[in-house]
Design a protein. Sequence first.
Length: 334
Amino acid sequence: MKTLDEFIVDKQAEYPNAKGALSGILSSIRLVAKIIHRDINRAGLTNNILGLSGVDNVQGEHQMKLDLFAHNAMKQALISREEVAGFASEEEEEIVVFDTERGRNARYVILTDPLDGSSNIDVNVSVGTIFSIYRRVTPVGTPVTLEDFTQPGNKQVAAGYVVYGSSTMLVYTTGNGVNGFTYDPSLGTFCLSHENMQMPKTGKIYSINEGQYLKFPTGVKKYIKYCQEEDPASNRPYTSRYIGSLVADFHRNLLKGGIYIYPSATNYPKGKLRLLYEGNPIAFLTEQAGGIASDGYRRILDILPTELHQRIPLFIGSKEMVEKAQEFMEQFKD
């Protein structure tokens, strides 16, 4: 079975002008995934990594101890790479500029949600790491700036996630399809297990926090009712499945087909998920797997970011299901 390292080398050979920088970054992310996998699997035995850290992040959300651990592990792994000029994290208010000679001459910046769904850690539910890689737009030889991090998602050169569940999987794309690698802890190696992943055009699963139903826009309420209606011709009613961890919900729908919705609401008028750390990387993967990612009206990857921690509504998944949800959003604009 082909390992992640072998796969990266094979793909690099397809681009004779490539210098291996992206491969080096992916190798660092692989290392971080192994470290986080190790500690998550010891979470019930090690008291100092469970529970709240006692501080809030920039969004005013309570940080878990593992949030900070994953954030610091990712930062340290990337700061040692000569290919990386800077780093931005959902857990840190400002960008982190690697202002050294090596950093100023590096060509890539990384954005990450180090531990998506971390509030589920204490109850042993799947969580994940999301990452997004861009080529800098400011001149090489100078420190990177906010401009390098606030590029539209269609400028991503790679994106992916690691899901820590019954097995640990790393799934990523460089714009030429989506491939998944399962971690074999006995060997300490990620092995290619899901080659050229394709999302089914439709499915039977809709994923949304229905406890917030009364706060949703009318179009979302109408779409939920549509999902629940009996209609054998269109394979309805659909099944509701919501884990509360974006990576876990998305990973299931990627394999089985379905739609994930985190809409705007009266308590989150701009949406809750972050464009740069969650929306763009998951949208890139979705499109590469044949699905659609939108905010209900617009393609996620075409949205021009205006701030580092910008929030958005998110509709992602199987092509036909997202298109139907967008029809309801257009028809029932509030």
